[in-house]
Design a protein around this ligand. Structure first.
Ligand SMILES: Nc1ncnc2c1ncn2[C@@H]1O[C@H](COP(=O)(O)OP(=O)(O)O)[C@@H](O)[C@H]1O
Ligand SMILES: [Mg+2]
Length: 258
């Protein structure tokens, strides 16, 4: 069976600086994969290579391969804009378009693509907001600015915006780190629901969160400061937390790390 994502030998640079080196892993469809590891080990960089956002940074380039459903995302005939539609992203700080209404925020990606029938837009916006567990809180204020929502609501709005264009994969870079504990649990519940339809990769610095939401966990580390980040191991989440194969993983998850 085709893996949803199949990465081999991926190395990423910022100019001359090699941020991550020789990463290989696969991701199954309709699963949640968590990336954990110390700050600066390249989790965000690696995540952004999975939808070709890394190359938007000046000097950003990659070597190696990323296959999505067997298609090479870095193939010479591949449109990076299309890749970012198929592989959506949710960021650490909720970033709704501040001057746009709640409705227009969710519709923004669809309008950009033109990939909908005019009379479907209202339905797709409602469906996306429902899927993001936000509909009941905003249905009476769809024309109010998205920036008027609480942080947790804004993050769910960003998730609604990301899923409105029906991506295959959703990348989330510490999506709860700016949120209070109750909003965090709401997002975690949402992730568990969304994995029925999407393949999710989440970076988190919160070990309990990785244990709660993910099926598989990847531990990244730096051999030394200034060295590129590497994938130490990836395995079933239960195994990573109960009985990891590598000592460095155990040291990190048990808080013995540096
Ligand atoms: N925009 C950038 N320009 C140059 N170097 C960067 C940039 N972003 C990250 N880096 C470097 O890449 C490495 C990995 O960073 P990052 O992917 O942000 O790690 P993490 O998300 O695990 O904290 C670090 O050495 C960091 O300094
Ligand atoms: Mg990061």
């Amino acid at each position: 069976m085709a893996k949803r994502i199949d990465v081999s030998g991926l190395t990423a640079y910022y100019g001359a600086h090699k941020a991550i080196e020789d990463i290989s892993m696969t991701v199954e469809p309709r699963s949640v994969t968590a990336f954990i590891g110390p700050s600066g080990c390249g989790k965000s960089t690696f995540l952004r290579t999975l939808n070709r956002m890394h190359e938007v940074t000046p000097g950003g380039r990659v070597e190696g391969k990323v296959l999505l459903d067997d298609e090479d995302l870095y193939g010479s005939d591949v449109d990076p804009v299309g890749v970012r539609r198929t592989v959506g992203m949710v960021f650490q700080r909720p970033n709704p378009f501040p001057t746009m209404s709640i409705f227009d925020n969710v519709a923004a990606g669809l309008r950009l693509n033109g990939s909908y029938k005019k009379n479907q837009l209202t339905d797709i916006v409602e469906k996306s907001l429902r899927s993001a567990n936000l509909w009941n809180e905003v249905k009476d204020r769809l024309n109010k600015p998205g920036s008027g929502l609480s942080g947790g609501q804004q993050q769910r709005l960003c998730i609604a915006r990301a899923i409105a264009v029906e991506p295959e994969v959703l990348l989330m870079d510490e999506p709860c780190s700016a949120l209070d504990p109750i909003s965090t649990l709401a997002i975690e519940d949402l992730i568990s629901e969304l994995k029925e339809r999407f393949t999710i990769v989440i970076v988190t610095h919160n070990m309990q969160q990785a244990a709660r939401v993910s099926d598989r966990t990847a531990f990244f580390n730096l051999a030394a400061v200034g060295q590129p980040g590497r994938l130490v191991e990836i395995d079933e989440t239960e195994r990573i937390f109960a009985n990891p194969s590598v000592q460095a993983t155990e040291d990190y998850i048990s808080g013995r790390f540096g």
